[in-house]
Design a protein around this ligand. Sequence first.
Ligand code: 5GP
Ligand code: ZN
Length: 107
Amino acid sequence: MSDDCIFCKIIAGDIPCSRVYEDDHVLAFNDINPKARVHVLVVPKVHFDRLHESDEVEVGMLGRILVGVGKVASANDITGSGYRVQFNQGRGAGQEVFHLHAHVMSA
Ligand code: 5GP
Ligand code: ZN
């Protein structure tokens, strides 16, 4: 938990979200500013930011994000029509929230 992180506050229930999927490891919710018909964020429940600082310790958490991506795609019925998965890393790539997350966007 990072005190100044909006996604940590959503995970803690301090800020509401439109939940799509949840398990012990990730929370997935609709993006507040959707860029596609389906635009869901898959967020690990532990605060972590930079993919390029990940190591063996993060392997489980990183895999759980991708499992969550698949659950979100199935829940939204976009497995047939297709979807994109995006991780923005760094301000130069458009990252606004510095808590690792996957964007799941319908094609
Ligand atoms: P980034 O640019 O960091 O990869 O993506 C952050 C995403 O979080 C953006 O698409 C933005 O619309 C979304 N976002 C920011 N604040 C909130 C919020 O309070 N609730 C929800 N549901 N989405 C948010
Ligand atoms: Zn956080």
